[in-house]
Design a protein around this ligand. Structure first.
Ligand code: HXC
Length: 255
């Protein structure tokens, strides 16, 4: 269906593979558009899809950044359009009803790191490498590296990554909170699947409420954010999952 990515839905899990293996899955405009279309499809199929897993094809990279050859030919107006396109795509993924896991094996650079940090959970192999090398190319990170990144790992470490362009290893990324789980390369697929299935085994409505609470609350003032939490909690009391799950617990305890 798409030229640069594959969507494979199995047993309620959507596997999205960014498929520009030779270019280390560099994000060109076409891939970014296709990723947005893929996200739309995942929204349409939300009754069938519980968790989304995004990975790069091959074993060398998640995404080695935006496509440098394409950016070389851009004028300032085209650069605005490209940055907006990547923001739209990342925000679409961030706001999907389903949790999104980035499965990272290899280079996760520039626009690739920015895509990964728009996902809900990052699980990476020990051979992964992370960086925002844009300043070395004479540009700023344009898809969240100056905004989402400091919100995730703090301004000091984000500035370190953005100013130096240094590539950090997976152990450092874990220490800095850039990734959430670190595993040996051979265990990556199993770990990602186990986490996805663990989420899938929970009550779907509640999981989705949690995602929106954290997403909407993280940039709000605490009082407003806590009210978002109260409303989500109360919404769960309108859903049959709650009566069913609590009822099952109570009835089991009585036996
Ligand atoms: C286009 C890329 C690419 C990229 C790799 N390739 N990264 N093409 N854009 N970002 C291509 C190479 O040209 C090469 O193609 C093939 O992939 C394999 O890469 P090599 O360089 O031969 O591999 P290696 O020597 O192992 O080095 C790997 C690497 C290096 C360290 C990841 O490729 C690299 O530095 N890439 C650029 C990383 C980067 O600067 N990313 C940030 C981009 S700016 P051929 O045809 O020669 O085999 C950005 C901005 C986002 O992301 C914000 C936009 C709004």
């Amino acid at each position: 269906m798409w030229e640069n990515l594959i969507l494979d839905v199995q047993d309620g899990l959507a596997f999205v593979t960014l498929n520009r293996t030779k270019q280390l899955n560099a994000l060109n405009e076409k891939l970014a558009v296709e990723l947005g279309e893929c996200a739309d499809k995942i929204i349409q199929e939300q009754d069938k899809i519980d968790v989304v897993i995004i990975a790069g094809s091959g074993d060398r990279a998640f995404v080695a950044g935006a496509d440098i050859g394409e950016m070389l030919r851009m004028d300032p107006q085209q650069a605005i359009a490209f940055a907006r396109l990547l923001h739209q795509t990342n925000t679409k993924l961030d706001s999907l009803p389903q949790p999104v896991i980035a499965s990272i094996n290899g280079f996760c650079l520039g626009g690739g790191n920015e895509l990964a940090i728009a996902c809900d959970i990052r699980i990476a192999s020990d051979k992964s490498k992370f960086g925002q090398p844009e300043v070395g190319l004479g540009i700023t990170p344009g898809a969240g590296g100056t905004q989402r990144l400091p919100r995730l790992i703090g301004p000091g470490r984000a500035k370190y990554m953005d100013y130096t362009g240094e590539i950090i290893d997976a152990k450092t990324a874990l220490e800095w909170g850039l990734i959430d789980i670190l595993v040996p390369e051979a265990e990556l697929k199993d770990k990602v699947l186990a986490v996805a299935k663990k989420i899938q085994s929970q009550r779907r409505f509640a999981v989705r409420q949690v995602k929106q609470c954290i997403r909407l609350g993280k940039d709000a003032a605490l009082e407003a954010a806590l009210e978002i939490e109260v409303q989500a909690f109360s919404m769960c009391f309108t859903h049959p999952d709650r009566t069913e799950a609590m009822g099952a617990f109570v009835n089991k305890s009585k036996k």
